[in-house]
Design a binder for this molecule. Structure first.
Ligand code: AHR
Length: 525
């Protein structure tokens, strides 16, 4: 009798454990640590700072006379926050702004006050110019990614900007640089040749742009003797901007042109822009939404994968050795402007949904690390999917900021493949993978794992088999929030903030229970 009872009890336990609900709540991952892929270039954690709304003015530049603590006009609180996430590069001055930017208006004691027709038609004081940007880059310990004006500028203007910035020789432009406070040549790591030249950057056809690209890459030179060989400035051409057929043609034309190039010009990167926007005509709100908008936006953001795959395949045809990087230098969520804000300033909130969205995109970039070697989220401060929001002397760190902070161990780490059956999470007629994950080894050999639980309602138990490693424990951080639309505000800045998480590893298996709608990064010892 006793044994029959025991058998029945065991059967009941077994059936509960294997019921569809339980099966759904448990995901097995396997990481073979002896296997490794490409380096996850730290530049995929790059930022974008355009002269747009409060992105530069008020966001990072308050001027030396401000009562807000600053160093030579640049906010100390913002610098400290950005240093903490180890920003690898910053793209500046635009965006659409770049193709109307004339650098001479932003140097020297007398700045030219002009307009910013793209973004609200407001006054552009040019008080934040070349020297201020490069001071900012220096203060946060990053690298400069300048975009030169191809649309309304000339090759001569761009070439002179680079001579001004980089020559050590005593030319008139170098002397002027010295007079303006910087005798030594600057280092300019990356140079964008125009921005969205198929649209706001001049409405060019692909063939016309290619002819401009040849001219600009020929004449816009970096003269800094320290930027030779593998330290050379990388030139990035305008690439596709979404999934329309015209962008497939664009990538074809530019890559074919590059393949057939003469000795006298070259490029090292092709840009790609891809925002997460469900409906351009009637954009979703960044606040006050529910699960339906959450799942719709995440479904939309996952299109990044197919877009990268599509354009990488075209690039592979002309560049099988992957010499040219795909540079996703504008990405992120683009929602409706917050009520009461200037619509031209692209002010939006940043929620736990955006944290999940950021993790999913960073994981896509990491999985394509052999081709995607740089990316710039749009935009760094107060604009679109920002890291930081400012209000006079106060700043707020967004959920997206914390994702970038948590992912810091993945900068320049070596990709390690993870195999898993992601399961599904369904909301209405939308079905998404339940989890996403990546793994990588840092320079010291330590293994890092990121796991995103997309399901906003159910926790997930993760069992990870660690093949080829005698691990004993794992510690890290997890980021979740009370609701999918939880945000950090100036009044409640800590609603969405990472918490520590730890786990034991037993018999080569790491078991973790992850909260609904969470992003988790753990290091395995
Ligand atoms: O990031 C805002 C704008 O989006 C940029 O200026 C432009 O390049 C893109 O269309």
């Amino acid at each position: 009798m006793v044994s029959i009872h025991r058998c029945l009890a065991a059967l009941i336990v077994l059936s509960v454990l294997t019921s569809p609900l339980m099966a759904q709540q448990r995901v097995e991952l396997s990481v073979d640590t002896s296997n490794s892929g490409a380096t996850i270039n730290r530049n995929i954690f790059g930022q974008f700072a355009e002269h747009l709304g409060y992105g530069v003015y008020e966001g990072l530049w308050v001027g030396p006379g401000s009562t807000i603590p600053n160093t030579r006009g640049i906010r100390n609180d913002v610098v400290a926050a950005l240093k903490a996430i180890k920003v690898p590069n910053v793209r500046w001055p635009g965006g659409c702004f770049a193709d109307e930017y004339h650098w001479r208006k932003g140097i020297g004691p007398r700045r030219v006050v002009t307009l910013n027709p793209n973004w609200g038609g407001v006054v552009e004081p040019n008080s934040f110019g070349t020297h201020e940007f490069l001071d900012f880059i220096d203060q946060i310990g990053s690298e400069a990614y300048l975009s030169v004006n191809v649309g309304s500028g000339t090759p001569e203007e761009a070439a002179e900007w680079l001579e001004y910035l980089t020559t050590p020789q005593p030319t008139d432009l170098a002397k002027e640089r010295g007079t303006n406070g910087h005798a030594a040549p600057y280092k300019i790591a990356y140079l964008g040749i125009g921005n969205e030249s198929w649209d706001c950057g001049g409405n060019m056809s692909a063939d016309y742009y290619l002819s401009q690209l040849r001219i600009f890459t020929r004449f816009v030179r970096n003269f800094n003797p320290e930027q030779r060989g593998d330290k050379q400035m990388l030139k990035i051409a305008v690439g596709p901007g979404g999934d329309e057929p015209r962008f497939t043609d664009w990538t074809e034309v530019v890559m074919k042109g590059w393949k057939n190039r003469q000795w006298s010009w070259d490029m090292q990167g092709l840009s790609m822009h891809n925002y997460t926007v469900v409906n351009w005509g009637n954009k979703f709100s960044s606040v006050g939404f529910g699960e339906s908008e959450y799942s719709t936006v995440l479904k939309s953001t996952l299109k990044m994968e197919e877009l990268i795959a599509k354009h990488s395949a075209i690039m592979d045809k002309y560049d099988p050795e992957k010499k040219i990087a795909l540079v996703v230098d504008e990405w992120g969520a683009w929602y409706a402007p917050l009520p009461g804000s200037n619509p031209g300033f692209l002010v939006q909130q940043n929620s736990q949904r955006d944290a999940i969205l950021a993790a999913l995109n960073l994981n896509i970039f990491a999985r394509h690390a052999d081709r995607v070697r740089m990316a710039n989220i749009a935009q760094m401060i107060n604009v679109l999917q920002a890291m930081i929001m400012t209000n006079k002397e106060t700043i707020v760190l967004t959920p997206t900021y914390y994702v970038f902070k948590m992912y810091e161990p993945f900068q320049d780490a070596t990709f390690v493949p993870v195999t898993f059956n992601a399961g599904t999470y369904t909301s209405g007629n939308i079905t998404l993978p339940r989890v996403d994950a990546i793994a990588a080894k840092d320079k010291s050999g330590k293994l890092w794992l990121e796991i995103t639980n997309l399901d906003p309602n159910q926790p997930v138990e993760i069992e990870t088999s660690l093949v080829g490693r005698n691990a004993t424990s794992a510690t890290g951080e997890t980021l979740t929030a009370p609701k999918v639309d939880s945000v950090n505000t100036f009044e409640s800045p800590d609603t969405v903030k990472p918490k520590p998480i730890s786990a034991k590893v037993q018999v080569g298996k790491l078991t973790l229970k992850l909260d609904p709608k969470s992003v988790t990064v753990i290091g395995i010892d």
